[in-house]
Design a binder for this molecule. Structure first.
Ligand SMILES: [Zn+2]
Length: 438
C-alpha cells in the first residue's frame, strides 16, 4: 500500500514537470548512503532544476510522458560531491597559475566544479580579492562551488606561514573586525616556528594568542590554526581553537590531544597530499596525476611539474624536507587515531602550493586517507558530511535525497570497496547541471 502511494505521488510529480527542460532522471543507480553506511541499490534519482526532487525505484517504462533527460546508470554508484577544506585557489604549479587576481581564482573554482568539488575553504587569501570572489560566487551560484575564506593567515612579526602580522591586541582587533564586517566566519593563525623543516621563526606569545582566539569567538567566528607539532597543537587547543588545518606530523598524538579535540569539537584536516609532496615532490605529483579522470591537464603541464628541474626547485626551497619522509608514518597513524576516537576528520589538500594540483589532489587525498587505514564510508564522511556540517551547508547538500541540491558524482565501480574507484567516475552534476561526462 505504502509503495503504491509513493509511486502515485511520483507519477503525479513527473506529470507536473514533464515539460521541464531541466529535468534529469538518473536510472538504476546504486546510492552510497553515508548516514546508514550502506548501499541503496537500483534507485532512480529525479533531478529538477538544481535539486533532487525524488529518489525511488521507478523504472523508465513508467515514465512515458517524461520529457527530461534519462541517463541509464546501471551498475554505477553515486556519491554526493566532495569538499576540499584547504585550498589556496591556485592551480598548483611554480608559476602560481590562478593566483592573485579575482578572475584567475574564479577559473580555479570552475576547475574544481569539473572534479565534483562542491565547497572549499581557503585558509590564506588577501581580504580584497576574497571579498570580490565572494560577490562573484554569489552572483553565479550555479557555476562556482560554495567558497569560504579565513582571510590572510595571521602570524606574529616575522612568524612562519603568515601573510598578516600582528604585534598587539589593537592590531588583532583591527584585522578581526575587518574580517567580521565582511561577514567572514573563520579566522586562521599560525603557530609554527618551522624548526621541524629546518626553519627558525618567532611564534605567538601565549597571551596575544589567547586574546585573538577569545576576540574571534566573541564575534562568533571560528578559529583555525596552522600547527605541525603535538605540544603546540595541545597549547592552542587548551586555549579553545576550533580546528587544525594540517595534521600533526612530528610525533604520534596522545590521549590528552584527542580529549582536547573532543572537548573543543575541533576539526582535523590532515592534508596528507602536501606532506607527501613536501617529503617526496616528484613521486607525489606523479601520484596525483594518476587521478586526472577528466584529462584536464596536458601532458606538457604534467611533465613540467614532474621533471627533475621542478623536483630540484622544491628541494632548494626545503633542503631538509626529503629527509623527513619518516615522519609520514606519524601523519597516517594520527589520521586514523583522530577518526577512530570519534573526532571530526575532514579532508583538505593544501592545493595551490606548488606540487599540490587543483582537482586531482582531492581524489589523491581520499586515496591517502585510505592508505592511513580509515574505513571507506568514514573517508567519504570526512570529505562530504563533516566539512559541510562545519560550514553550515549540510541542511542543503551532501545527501542524495529529496530536497537536497543535486551535487553528485557517478562512478562505475564501488568506492566503498576501494576509494581509488573514484577514478572510474563518468558523470558529475553540480546544482542539477551536467558539468563533466564521459
Ligand atoms: Zn595552506
Amino acid at each position: 500500500m505504502m509503495k503504491t502511494t509513493t509511486l502515485t505521488l511520483f507519477l503525479t510529480l513527473i506529470a507536473n514537470i514533464s515539460l521541464s527542460q531541466n529535468a534529469i532522471l538518473l536510472e538504476n543507480v546504486n546510492i552510497v548512503n553515508l548516514e546508514k553506511k550502506r548501499i541503496d541499490k537500483n534507485k532512480s534519482i529525479l533531478v529538477v532544476d538544481n535539486k533532487i526532487v525524488d529518489v525511488s525505484k521507478t523504472k523508465r517504462t513508467l515514465l512515458k510522458k517524461f520529457d527530461g533527460k534519462i541517463i541509464d546508470c546501471k551498475g554505477s554508484y553515486a556519491i554526493p560531491s566532495l569538499v576540499d577544506m584547504h585550498h589556496h585557489m591556485t592551480m598548483g604549479d611554480f608559476n602560481f597559475s590562478g593566483g592573485g587576481s579575482t578572475k584567475k581564482q574564479l577559473e580555479v573554482l570552475e576547475q574544481l566544479v569539473l572534479y565534483g568539488v562542491q565547497a572549499i575553504l581557503n585558509p590564506n587569501n588577501p581580504i580584497g580579492v576574497s571579498s570580490e570572489v565572494i560577490e562573484k560566487v554569489k552572483d553565479k551560484a550555479n557555476k562556482y562551488p560554495f567558497t569560504y575564506f579565513t582571510g590572510p593567515s595571521i602570524a606574529p612579526k616575522n612568524g612562519g606561514w603568515g601573510s598578516y602580522y600582528v604585534e598587539n591586541n589593537t592590531e588583532v582587533i583591527k584585522i578581526i573586525d575587518s574580517l567580521h564586517s565582511l561577514k567572514f566566519r573563520h579566522v586562521k593563525f599560525t603557530y609554527d616556528d618551522m624548526s621541524w623543516l629546518g626553519g627558525e621563526h618567532p611564534i605567538f606569545d601565549k597571551e596575544l594568542m589567547k586574546f585573538l582566539i577569545n576576540y574571534a569567538h566573541s564575534k562568533d567566528m571560528k578559529v583555525l590554526v596552522h600547527v605541525a607539532d603535538l605540544e603546540k597543537a595541545k597549547t592552542v587547543l587548551r586555549l579553545g581553537v576550533d580546528g587544525l588545518v594540517h595534521g600533526i606530523v612530528t610525533e604520534k598524538v596522545d590521549d590528552e590531544f584527542l580529549k582536547l579535540m573532543q572537548k573543543n569539537n575541533a576539526i582535523y584536516i590532515p592534508t596528507a597530499t602536501i606532506y607527501e609532496t613536501s617529503f617526496n615532490f616528484q613521486k607525489s605529483v606523479k601520484r596525483q596525476f594518476k587521478f586526472d579522470v577528466w584529462n584536464s591537464y596536458t601532458e606538457k603541464y604534467e611533465d613540467s611539474l614532474t621533471n627533475d628541474a621542478s623536483n630540484k626547485q622544491w628541494n632548494t626551497w626545503w633542503p631538509k624536507a626529503e629527509s623527513l619522509k619518516y615522519q609520514l608514518e606519524n601523519l597516517y597513524f594520527n589520521t586514523k587515531k583522530v577518526q577512530e576516537s570519534g573526532n571530526i576528520l575532514i579532508t583538505g589538500t593544501d592545493a595551490g602550493t606548488p606540487g599540490v594540483i587543483t582537482g586531482v589532489s582531492i581524489y589523491n587525498e581520499l586515496s591517502l586517507t585510505q592508505k592511513a587505514g580509515v574505513d571507506t564510508f568514514e573517508i567519504l564522511k570526512a570529505t562530504i558530511k563533516n566539512p559541510l556540517e562545519f560550514l553550515g551547508l549540510y541542511k542543503y547538500t551532501g545527501e542524495l535525497k529529496k530536497n537536497k541540491l543535486a551535487n553528485l558524482i557517478i562512478m562505475k565501480k564501488n568506492p566503498i570497496d576501494d576509494i581509488d574507484n573514484i577514478n572510474s567516475s563518468w558523470l558529475i552534476l553540480y546544482k542539477g547541471k551536467i558539468v563533466s561526462k564521459k
